[in-house]
Ligand binder design. Structure first.
Ligand code: GDP
Length: 429
């Protein structure tokens, strides 16, 4: 289940955002706009023929500027190039090659990634005459598109077919990621966990560059940790800048089912922790909150209520305490991981769901409007991993968001979905 990162690069106004919107259909499931400036890179999870990938608009790469703000944006752009599995280098057919194009290409080439030349704005035949000019860039003929009109998009995506691996058969192992900001102890935790494993530790190279998953067995359960290469790699760019790769984090989350969200117990929950938790929540992963570095703080001093409050958009998130350094709390953490994984894969019978829905609704009826009564007509599970439940209502459009929230909370308690997202679909009978 590898999710390649495809990054769109190019100078301003060549049509990067138009291409981005064309490929995403403006449908964004995970969008992380890194706080800072509006020109930062943006990324989203996309589907093409049922295959998922992460698409990134690298934002502005400024080649001749030393203002601090531009430098920051540029750092982010470099991050999106660095983490990419493939780069779409976009040029503009109407203007031919500019100095800025060649300068940006020079920067991209340094990082040694696979590049596809995308010649945009080819929307009439006279423009096709100029496109051979781009041959001198040394990237082959390129692919002609009109991002605005949608021409050539199919050819472009077909040319990227090799990036998408065939979906693996689910091997029943618990597929999880270790997520968190720098220095919370992810690498140490990984090593301590692997140290506990009694059996094989194998590394499975992913289909994309430098992505490695590790498999291990512990107490008769098989585990797969995704992107262990990313955990081990100590990424620091420059001395003062703490390097945190949002992209790599999103990729690891989307390739796993459950995420261990690691937090430094001595620092409580920071804004960045909340942001990362939000990414996990939006992707539909299960989650266990790992309060690490317990050896540095008196447990009594940890304000658990405050922590839960800060992560309340993740209702019932299980919390465990560890000291990765002292290798303590490891088996409790793995136990919780197993429980969340079990809940994540739960399946319920239609009868069970229907009976509970009737109980939930009869103890707090949805408000009707005049003579238009709102009542349920059927309910069933329509998806799993994580569970997805559909409830059909007569006059479904009158079911308010807050009422949906009420049903969701009740179902969460009845079916014990701690640490697991529940997708609830309300539709017309
Ligand atoms: P990562 O950036 O999240 O992978 O963090 P590391 O695993 O590299 O840990 C960052 C620093 O915190 C290192 O100096 C670790 O030795 C230290 N560290 C990690 N876990 C613990 C812990 O449980 N207790 C203590 N005292 N230090 C820890």
């Amino acid at each position: 289940m590898s999710t390649p990162i495809i990054t769109i690069c190019g100078r301003p106004n060549v049509g990067k955002s138009t291409l981005f919107n064309r490929l995403t259909g403006r449908r964004k499931s995970i969008v992380s706009e890194i706080p800072g400036t509006t020109r930062d890179s943006i990324q989203t999870n996309c589907l093409w023929n049922d295959k998922s990938f992460i698409l990134v608009d690298s934002g502005g790469i400024e080649t001749h500027s030393d203002s601090q703000i531009t430098q920051k944006v540029t750092d982010k752009s470099y991050e999106s190039i660095n983490e990419a599995d493939h780069i779409l280098f976009v040029v503009d057919a109407t203007s031919g090659i500019t100095n800025e194009d060649t300068e940006i290409l020079r920067i991209i080439r340094k990082i040694d990634k696979e590049i596809t030349l995308v010649i945009n704005k080819v929307d009439n035949s006279s423009r096709e005459e100029n496109i051979s000019d781009f041959f001198v860039l040394g990237l082959g003929e390129g692919i002609n598109i009109s991002a605005y009109h949608g021409n050539g998009i199919f050819d472009l995506m077909n040319s990227l077919e090799h990036l998408f691996s065939v979906e693996e058969v689910d091997d029943e192992s618990i597929k999880f990621s270790i997520i968190g900001r720098p220095n919370v102890g992810k690498s140490t935790l990984f090593n301590s966990m692997i140290g506990q494993a009694k059996s094989i530790v194998s590394e499975i190279p992913g289909t994309t560059r430098d992505s490695v998953d590790s498999k291990f067995e512990y107490k008769n359960n098989d585990y797969t940790i995704v992107d262990t290469a990313g955990i081990r790699r100590k990424g620091k760019i420059g001395k003062e800048i703490e390097y945190f790769s949002v992209l790599r984090t999103i990729k690891a989350i989307s390739e796993s089912h459950i995420s261990l969200l690691v937090i430094d117990s001595t620092e409580n929950v920071t804004l960045q922790d909340q942001h990362i938790a939000g990414l996990i929540r939006e992707s539909g992963n299960g989650c266990v909150l790992v309060m690490n570095k317990l050896d540095l703080i008196d447990k009594e001093k940890i304000k658990e209520k405050e922590i839960i409050e800060k992560l309340k958009f993740f209702p019932g998130i299980p919390l465990v305490y560890t000291s990765a350094k002292l290798k303590s709390g490891m088996s409790e953490m793995l136990k919780e991981l197993i429980s969340v994984n079990r809940r994540y894969r739960q399946n319920f019978s239609d009868d069970e769901i229907w009976k509970n829905i009737l109980n939930i609704i009869s103890s707090n009826m949805p408000p009707s409007k005049g003579k238009r009564r709102v009542y349920p007509t059927s309910a069933k599970q329509i998806g799993s991993n994580p569970p997805k439940i559909q409830i059909k209502f007569h006059n479904a459009e009158l079911v308010h968001f807050s009422y949906k929230r009420y049903i969701e909370n009740e179902l969460r308690n009845i079916f014990d979905l701690r640490g697991v997202p529940l997708q609830l679909e309300i539709s017309e009978k």
